[in-house]
Ligand binder design. Structure first.
Ligand code: SF4
Length: 296
């Protein structure tokens, strides 16, 4: 019997923004800081649990914070929330990703230049709420489907600027944006897809296209949009399983597999990926991990 191998994607897991947010909070806790994170620090239940063991709770609103510091996640918050937190006497530990701040700045500048703003993304996603919550509702649209794009009379706007939620797979929304472009006088696209997301997605495509790979494990939180996007990319070409961690693995999946591809969402810590591979080794006696990465 051939030894089974694991191939990790060339790019996977924590992005720079999440790595920095994670580090900032750990340093804060190690220095004795008492704080509460507004919403999950990243969309990963394990990270939330880890934070709780460090004494940093997750809360769903400013009012629930009993600690002196409120921590804003890498997704960012509406600018008015900074003011509200300060008014409530809270100190802010801001871990908003610099790319999210870039989009905040660029969209506000576009608004000042007279553009109508279109955010392509999930209206319930915290990042999108951060961009739009403080804006006058007549100045923007949040669009996530082609039907949504077709339901608006775009011709009423002289200039439109399109912003993508940073973690989107832009290709999936090409028809949505084209639908707006066909109906509007002038549309510009801002380049706001995060390179980390792009790189993880490109590497997942390479993994999915690798003829040696029999199945793919996509590791990440069930609430993580970018993890689900990776899973969608992989399952188009290969049997693919979205798992939160080692506990989700099923030995049956590996019965016929010689090579297992592994990738992970931008909110998945390295130790969870290591645990998954260790669990495969327990489930599959003929397992031998290959350090070889799939080249992009
Ligand atoms: Fe920042 Fe990109 Fe990570 Fe989002 S995915 S936190 S935009 S680095």
């Amino acid at each position: 019997m051939l030894a089974m191998k694991v191939k990790r994607a060339e790019k996977y897991g924590f992005c720079s923004g999440v790595r920095i947010a994670d580090l900032k909070v750990k340093r804060f806790a190690a220095a004795g800081g008492r704080g509460a994170v507004l919403g999950q620090l990243v969309h990963n239940e394990r990270v939330v649990e880890e934070m709780e063991t460090l004494g940093v709770r997750t809360v769903d609103g400013l009012a629930a914070a009993q600690e002196p510091t409120i921590i804003f996640s890498a997704h960012g918050v509406p600018p008015s929330l900074h003011e509200r937190a300060r008014s409530a006497g809270l100190t802010i530990l801001d871990t908003t990703c610099k790319f999210v701040y870039d989009l905040h700045r660029e969209s506000i500048a576009a608004l000042a230049e007279g553009y109508h703003l279109v955010f392509i993304g999930d209206p319930k996603h915290r990042e999108v709420i951060g961009y739009t919550n403080d804006l006058d509702a007549s100045t923007y649209h949040i669009i996530s489907t082609r039907e949504g794009a077709e339901s608006v009379d775009w011709s009423q706007y002289a200039r439109i600027k399109v912003f993508y939620q940073t973690t989107l797979n832009a290709e999936e929304f090409e028809d949505v944006v084209q639908s707006i472009e066909r109906r509007a006088a002038r549309v510009e696209r801002a380049d706001t897809i995060c390179y980390a997301t792009k790189q993880n997605q490109d590497a997942a495509r390479v993994l999915a296209g690798d003829p040696d790979i029999d199945l793919i494990l996509v590791i990440g939180g069930t609430k993580s949009a970018n993890t689900r996007h990776l899973w969608e990319i992989c399952r188009e070409s290969k049997p693919s399983y979205l798992v939160q961690g080692a506990e989700d693995l099923d030995a049956e999946w590996f019965r016929e597999a010689n090579v297992v591809g592994v990738t992970a969402g931008a909110s998945t810590p390295d130790y969870v990926i290591d645990e998954v591979e260790a669990r495969i080794a327990e489930l599959v006696p003929a397992f031998a991990m290959s350090a070889a990465a799939v080249s992009g």
